[in-house]
Design a protein around this ligand. Structure first.
Ligand code: HPA
Length: 273
């Protein structure tokens, strides 16, 4: 059997030994947004360490566990802590959690992240609904023998970010008085932030916000037929757009400040999914 698929099945087994909970929505929390889990009526938690073969995040601010529970009436699984490519894992490991959550039953993937703003309309604290992405600066997670059990060899990428989910999120933002911009997100590998020249290039390519996650997960979830939505919390102006050097601490501080509104947006949208 395909080694990647074999490992995935063994992770599913590990989880199923602990819980038979079937989530509808899978939520991935970005930097600084980790305390979203406080809003979940928790049924069960599984530490990533307890899932055999599961990649463990090493980034400060990224705890590592799955939280199973309810947001309103909706059964969810929430990844508290995600795995990044820049940590040194093969990309097949980076997307293993996404595949696992799908195998556990999740039909919808709600991606969140912290990003650097390139669109000059954005500032620290702007929320951007992801309308599309640019993936070609990150490795494609589907490279290698296709896992036919999961999806087709050449998946269409025309409608990755589901229109209906986006409409719900926009409605919620309007109702809650939360300003929500829209735009294109690009994933670069990191871990270094981009250079000003790279940011100018990305701006010319139509990128509104840049980060180090999300796209590989979206490509994988799309392969498996999930409905996907994503919101990026712009935590800083991208390199060269402000006089200040970028730091991880600044990103986390901005994400922490935005967290209450962000939680509201995510929670109220999920209740309507
Ligand atoms: N670049 C890449 N990733 C990021 C940034 C950035 O400016 N801010 C937060 N995550």
């Amino acid at each position: 059997m395909n080694k990647v698929y074999e490992k995935l099945l063994s992770c599913v087994d590990s989880v199923r030994k602990v819980t038979d909970f079937k989530p509808k929505v899978a939520i991935v929390l970005g930097s600084g947004l980790g305390n979203y889990a406080d809003d979940i009526k928790i049924e069960c938690e599984i530490d990533y360490h307890d899932i055999e073969g599961f990649p463990i995040s090493t980034v400060p601010g990224h705890a590592g566990k799955f939280i199973f529970g309810y947001v309103g009436e909706v059964p969810v699984v929430c990844m508290k802590g995600r795995v990044h490519y820049y940590e040194g894992y093969p990309v097949s490991d980076v997307v293993l959690p996404t595949r696992l959550m799908r195998m556990l039953g999740a039909e919808i993937l709600f991606l969140t992240n912290a990003s650097g703003g390139i669109n000059l309309d954005f500032s620290a604290g702007t929320f951007m609904l992801i309308t599309d992405h640019i993936s070609c600066f990150a490795p494609n997670p589907l490279i290698g023998p296709n896992i036919d059990e999961l999806g087709t060899r050449f998946p269409d990428m025309s409608h990755v970010y589901d229109e209906d989910l986006r409409d719900i999120i926009k409605d919620v933002a309007a109702t809650e008085g939360i300003t929500l911009k829209e735009g294109v997100y690009a994933q670069l590998t990191g871990p270094s932030f981009e250079s000003p020249a790279e940011i100018r290039m990305l701006g010319k390519l139509g990128v509104d916000a840049v980060g180090m996650s999300t796209v590989v997960e979206a490509v994988t979830a799309n392969h498996m037929g999930m409905k996907i939505c994503g919101i990026s919390c712009v935590c800083n102006l991208a390199a060269g757009l402000s006089a200040n050097p970028l730091t991880h601490e600044e990103v986390q501080a901005a994400a922490n400040e935005a967290a209450p509104k962000f939680k509201k947006l995510v929670t109220e949208a999920i209740k309507r999914f």
